[in-house]
Design a binder for this molecule. Structure first.
Ligand code: CUA
Length: 321
């Protein structure tokens, strides 16, 4: 009987080991997976220890005839001690293990590269030392990285599954997370907090580069001539995913094309008209439902962009004639 429990536990523990073999990139990720495997293994062992004897006893001590009565058992101090002490040891072990992993998540290694990320509806703006900024693309040198997080509007969440980290981004306060990006490559970032109709499109990339490559990219950002406003606008429109709905060729998409937009007269769905000047474009980004062009559904989410970014985008749209 006990041999049976022992061997089935062993087999199931072995089955749970591959869990630890999913793609891992950071030290934290490895520790997280080991932690998960430990919990899973213990849960399976406990479950089997309870379930197998239970099924066996259900069968063994079933009522065989109508007049049969169960034995009266008054208690067993030894058994009670065992089922109090063993779970107590397991719970203390798991508690200590969880607490030590939590501390690793909270303690950023010395010398980590530091970067700040501000969330907005709908995107992430990365702010590097020296004030360099990118949207929806975070470049970091390989090694430990500390990311300070905040939000300009509602609560978002910065989640990087490959690194096994996620943290809320809360307006008015700064939170943080860290990860060890030891392998150069691209990793996906998702907003993991329902933040409005554009939530599902709120994604970014972390690009981990060798230190040398990162330094040359970083220097180029800082030293190169300031890029013209319209080029910056074009980058933003691309990074924010605007082109998924708005073409620059004149082709009608889910939303009106940008071609020939600026200065044109727009027929609106409420029968009125409006001139597409700077104010109109700004309003259409911040509050797309205010003036919906005839023939289109009011499906665009509000984009809570900074004043500077709005100006860059408007400057760019003006050039698409
Ligand atoms: Cu931001 Cu969901």
């Amino acid at each position: 009987m006990f041999r049976m429990i022992f061997f089935s536990s062993l087999i199931l523990s072995a089955l749970s080991l591959p869990v630890a073999a999913f793609a891992q990139t950071t030290d934290l990720a490895k520790e997280w997976d080991a932690h998960f495997a430990t919990w899973l293994t213990i849960s399976i062992v406990v479950w089997l220890t309870v379930t197998i004897p239970m099924i066996y006893f259900l069968f063994k001590y079933r009522r065989r005839n109508k007049d049969e009565e169960g034995a009266y058992i008054k208690g067993n101090a030894g058994l009670e001690a065992v089922w109090i002490i063993i779970p107590l040891i397991i719970i203390i072990f798991l508690g200590v293990q969880s607490w030590s992993l939590f501390l690793k998540y909270r303690n950023v290694p010395e010398g980590a590269f530091e970067v700040r990320v501000e969330a907005f509806q709908y995107g992430f703006e990365m702010i590097y030392p020296d004030g360099i900024r990118t949207i929806n693309e975070l470049r970091v040198p390989s090694g430990p990285v500390k990311v300070s997080l905040t939000s300009r509007d509602v609560i978002h969440n910065f989640a990087v599954p490959d690194f096994r980290v996620r943290e809320d981004m809360i307006p008015g306060t700064t939170t943080y997370l860290w990860f060890n990006a030891d392998k150069p490559g691209e990793y996906n970032v998702y907003c993991a907090e329902l933040c409005g109709p554009g939530h599902s499109g709120m994604r970014a990339k972390i690009i981990v580069m060798e230190m040398e490559d990162f330094m040359s990219w970083f220097k180029a950002q800082g030293e190169g001539p300031a890029i013209p406003a319209e080029d910056r606008g074009a980058e933003l429109v691309d990074d924010l995913g605007c082109l998924g709905c708005h073409s620059i060729t004149g082709v009608k998409g889910m939303g009106p094309s940008y071609r020939g937009l600026y200065g044109s007269e727009r027929k609106l769905s409420d029968g009125t008209t409006a001139i597409a000047d700077e104010g109109y474009i700004r309003e259409s980004i911040l509050n797309p439902g205010a003036k919906v062009v005839e023939g289109f559904d009011p499906i665009m989410p509000e984009y809570n962009l900074s004043v500077e970014d709005l100006d860059f985008i408007i400057t760019y749209i003006k050039t698409i004639k």
